[in-house]
Ligand binder design. Structure first.
Ligand code: 26Q
Length: 804
């Protein structure tokens, strides 16, 4: 719908009156929000239908991105922006006395993901629609998203995320009962000969109704709308009477009740495996059902369908696809296998061995016995095929079933034609270490796709003031074509522009300072350095390294209150998995250190420590534009890529970084002079693993600074951390400091001194900031998804970019 203000206001008032029988002046923000969403949806639904029709008409190859997590956050602004309605709605609302920001704030975050992996899936969905690719998401509609975090006495407490129960609910979904499928789980299976085929007979199996809820994913100014399909588990009507007890019904509905919080220690949970099979089976069945509606035969399905496995969580796609081709379509094993491998592709997101998914054989047998049979047959044929050709030990190391377990990463690599890492260093490590044996077997399958971020959300929406001054220099075309941001470099000596950059940053910091004051009661100085570390709490991400430096600074200031440092506000946002005890202890220590420092007037407010509760996508959108420093300090080789590093540089923050994940590529882009690098390299880390020459206790004994800082954890300097302080102290000393925190400490201090020194030269700082903004366009997810499309999925773009 082409719109002007008058027409929009008229339609809005009419819709409000139809829906609620009220005027604007009587409406609550929820009612206004709901009405706006309803208008937005009815407008894009025309394009949504057309997108599908075009796909069908052109017999377009379809890609299905399977991910157990999608983390879109709020969708209203992003939909408005992509439809070209954003400014119009703000202006129109202003005219009729509505505060748009307050209305937008009503929307609950769609938090169906833990962090990086789920957010990446959401940025990819935005880019895929914006670039006009026929790619749809397939996931789970959790009734409860990632837990809400509160701090009580400095401890993390988790509360359920009842996002569907809020007044606003999920305005974006459409329940499609007519597209429901039945998922079969549990029981026993027998194969019997029938008409020349082996037919599986299921006994005592549980039938589950999988109902899809579709969310439209609106492309940027191109009339292209893709689908994110999220499945919900229900009791099939036909067998309703078989579930007489509440408990029996709950067992079914539980499958899609709650998102598992990322937790490497929590492996082997039965319900998690059920979730995985549930959304895999529902998705694959509906893909094949749809394909068959328009194709006579299925033996060339890989020419029209691609399935992407986002981490190993959906790796059972390989076996489920085989199951349907064999049991229902009666293809030969060889033909079915050929089509399966051609259809599947897989992204690995982790190098931490303990996070690689395995399942006990009896458990898989209990959840879906036919799938275990098929996995066993794949394993058997894999071994038989290599026997005599390859070293026996290599075969043992790479087979899918071994040591009583099913190795999901092995299933994903063997059952697909492409395995990619998410940053160059990560892909190199996959080849040389984690998946080394597979690289020997299938070198041609391995490729790198460095992660990216949606510039629309992380710049245009999160930082409108920055976007506006970029417009003044470059015009508006960069909004369509991210690469043009590079041209900003030519303003490197334009003092006026550099000053404008500084003013925008100051405004963003003032806004964040206000939020901090409201939420924590602590006043922070917007002219101080805002030093930001936002990411899940994990030992390898080393929030602890940051904390130790803060303690050091505090001790220095206590000794010498006149110490000449640039004032800093340390800002943390991080959730810990509920059962990750160590991570929770770190949260407690940060909170207690913050309380001590923020209330100590003797240090004259030179440093403040702010740990904001409940870090989520919406909070990220408020913190990132206000950051001066981006902390990307994981132990080299541990962070697969990182994506907050990209979002922060895009918003002009300078990065303090180890040579890990995508930091390496950020450094290549901006040059060593425009980033603060420190710490061990991955080679040095690996050497320590080999020669066992790291003894962290020596650092405690021989380095006076480290000694003093670690003692503060256990000698009462920081109050209320008797247990946690000792736990952390021990991990860094007697337990030999798994993540080399003490080893990197001195170098970290050195680089942070350099940060201070650089900040004193504001012109230089702004110049560095500008280069970071300009070069961030290399990490646009628009570019990343194009590479997935052409190099992995072999699909083409079907939409023209519009010029709205
Ligand atoms: C596992 C077992 C049981 C329950 C949950 C899980 C689980 C859940 C989520 C395991 C892992 C995750 C998420 C992993 C993740 O977010 N990885 C990050 O992916 C980003 C996108 O590629 C990278 O940038 C990060 O470096 C990587 O840590």
């Amino acid at each position: 719908m082409e719109l002007d203000k008058t027409l929009f206001i008229e339609s809005f008032k009419k819709r409000l009156s139809q829906k609620y029988a009220i005027d604007v002046s009587d409406a609550t923000n929820s009612e206004l929000y709901d009405t706006l969403c309803s208008l937005v949806k009815s407008s894009y639904s025309v394009s949504w239908r057309q997108t599908w029709k075009d796909y069908l008409k052109e017999n377009e190859k379809q890609v299905y991105y399977f991910s157990i997590e999608f983390l879109p956050g709020k969708l209203l602004k992003s939909n408005l922006l992509n439809m070209g309605w954003y400014q119009l709605v703000i202006d129109s609302f202003k005219e009729i006395g509505i505060d748009f920001e307050q209305v937008a704030a009503v929307e609950p975050d769609m938090a169906l993901g833990n962090g990086g992996l789920g957010r990446l899936a959401a940025d990819f969905m935005d880019s895929l629609a914006s670039e006009g690719y026929p790619v749809n998401g397939n996931g789970i509609r959790y009734r409860y998203g990632l837990f809400k975090q509160r701090f009580v006495n400095g401890y993390q407490v988790e509360l359920p995320d009842e996002w569907l129960k809020t007044a606003a609910g999920n305005a974006w979904e459409i329940r499609r009962a007519s597209k429901a499928v039945t998922v079969t789980m549990g029981g026993h299976v027998e194969l019997v000969q029938k008409n020349g085929y082996l037919e599986p007979i299921y006994k005592d199996a549980t039938l589950i109704k999988a109902v899809p809820y579709d969310v439209g994913i609106v492309g940027y100014h191109n009339q292209h709308v893709n689908t994110l399909r999220l499945w919900s588990a229900e009791i099939p009507e036909a067998v309703e009477s078989c579930y007489p007890t509440i408990e029996a019904r709950r067992q079914i509905e539980d499958i899609t009740t709650v998102l598992y919080p990322d937790d490497s220690n929590e492996a082997g949970r039965r319900l998690r495996l059920k979730q995985e099979y549930f959304f895999v089976s529902a998705g694959v069945q509906s893909i094949i059902r749809h394909y068959k509606k328009y194709h006579e035969t299925i033996d060339q399905i890989s020419q029209r369908v691609a399935i992407h496995i986002n981490d190993t969580h959906p790796a059972m796609c390989v076996a489920e696809f085989m199951r349907i081709l064999l049991d229902e379509e009666h293809l030969s094993w060889e033909k079915a296998w050929e089509q399966t491998v051609k259809t599947m592709s897989y992204t690995n997101h982790t190098i931490m061995a303990e996070a690689l998914e395995t399942w006990d054989i009896p458990l898989l047998n209990e959840i879906q016995p036919r799938i275990l049979q098929i996995v066993a047959e794949i394993d058997h044929r894999f071994v038989a095929h290599l026997a005599g050709k390859m070293d026996g030990q290599l075969i043992e190391r790479t087979r899918i079933i071994s040591g009583g377990k099913v190795h999901m990463a092995h299933l994903a690599v063997i059952g697909s034609h492409s395995t990619n890492g998410v940053a160059q260093l990560h892909t190199d490590l996959l080849k040389s270490d984690v998946l080394r044996d597979f690289y020997t077997l299938y070198p041609e399958r391995f490729n790198n796709k460095t992660n990216g971020i949606a510039l629309r959300r992380w710049l245009q929406l999160a930082n409108p003031e920055l976007a506006a001054i970029i417009d003044q220099k470059l015009g508006r075309n960069w909004r369509q074509n991210a690469c043009q941001l590079q041209q900003l470099q030519q303003y490197n000596t334009d003092e006026q522009f550099l000053k404008k950059l500084a003013v925008v940053k100051l405004h963003n910091k003032q806004r964040l300072a206000k939020l901090i004051e409201e939420r924590t009661g602590v006043t922070v100085d917007p002219t101080a350095i805002f030093d930001v570390q936002i990411k899940r709490l994990h030992a390898y991400k080393r929030q602890l390294l940051n904390l130790l430096r803060i303690i050091k600074l505090y001790l220095d200031l206590k000794e010498n209150p006149d110490l000449a440092i640039v004032p800093r506000v340390f800002i943390f946002g991080a959730k810990a998995a509920p059962s990750y005890h160590y991570a929770k202890s770190i949260i407690k220590c940060i909170n207690e250190t913050a309380a001590l420092i923020n209330h100590d007037s003797t240090i004259q407010g030179k440093i403040k420590v702010i740990f904001l509760e409940n870090y989520d996508v919406s909070l990220a959108e408020q913190i990132i534009p206000a950051a001066d420093i981006s902390e990307q300090i994981s132990t080299a080789s541990k962070e697969a890529s990182g994506t907050s590093n990209m979002k922060l540089m895009l918003n002009g923050a300078l990065t303090v970084a180890t040579l890990d994940g995508a930091n390496v590529e950020i450094k290549e882009q901006v040059g060593a002079d425009n980033i603060f690098m420190f710490g061990l390299t991955k080679q040095e880390v690996y050497r320590y693993y080999q020669d066992h020459s790291y003894h962290s206790l020596d650092y405690y004994h021989h380095n006076l600074v480290i000694h003093r800082v670690l003692d503060a954890l256990i000698d009462g300097t920081i109050p209320n951390i008797a247990a946690e302080g000792h736990e952390i102290f021990d991990s860094l000393t007697y337990l030999n400091d798994d993540y080399f925190v003490l080893r990197d400490f001195e170098d970290y201090l050195r680089i942070q001194d350099q940060v201070d020194e650089t900040y004193r030269d504001q012109k230089k700082w702004q110049q560095m900031s500008l280069i970071n903004i300009a070069k961030a366009c290399h990490f646009s997810s628009d570019i990343t998804v194009k590479k997935y499309a052409s190099e992995i999925w072999q699909v083409r773009s079907v939409a023209q970019k519009g010029g709205v």
